[in-house]
Design a protein around this ligand. Sequence first.
Ligand code: ZN
Length: 249
Amino acid sequence: MCPNSTKNENIWFDELSMPEAEKAAKEGKVVIIPCGSVEEHGTHLPLCTDSLQAEYIALGVARKAGCLVAPPLRYGLCNSTRNFPGTITITFDSLRNIMVDILEDFVRNGFKKLLVITGHAGGSHMTAIKLAGKTVVTNHMNENDRPRIMVCSDYDFAFDLRGKDFDDRDSHAGTIETSRVMAIRSDLIKGKGMQNFPNLPRFEITPDPERYFPSGVMGDPTIASSNKGQKINNYVIDQIVKLVKELEQ
Ligand SMILES: [Zn+2]
């Protein structure tokens, strides 16, 4: 069964039948493609933390804005956490290629409005997905009904709240991320985690960045709460609903 889905809501793309998929394409439905990672998130959060958040937000947006949600890609490209136990990364080329394949085949099926939401927001991961989007829109740039693709992370919006409701250094597995997962899957939280605000070098390339955050955390998970998480998740959903409206124009 698809994650977070308990009944047939006609939201998960791959729960549609063939005629339903054809009809949805003709109707110009926006398809959201959630992307996550398999990545350490401290001692207190699961490896699927980024996937959970992207999928939860995708479903929330789809319910509000009437979109479809594609089967999630639960692998991503993780650099700074790579040497921790549990992080399973794919390469830049693999991520870019699979995203090109997925986006191109939605376009071939007649879906011209696509939105990738990635819960993992590392720099090279984002670049690989954006380049995939660029390849696909460029492939179709001379067509009348050319596809439109947006790529964002839910953290493009969640981090708006840093410096307001949250410490402006809060990041990986910190207050915001821990709160959000508490609100989505509290059963997967294991203890409180440990506060750590690392001083990562700005320019030096290091083979073992984990020595700056040995607990796997960048922020303060000890002050996280489900209540905070629900507010952040609602805020993110509302912001991404606006993106869908832009795509529909
Ligand atoms: Zn994360």
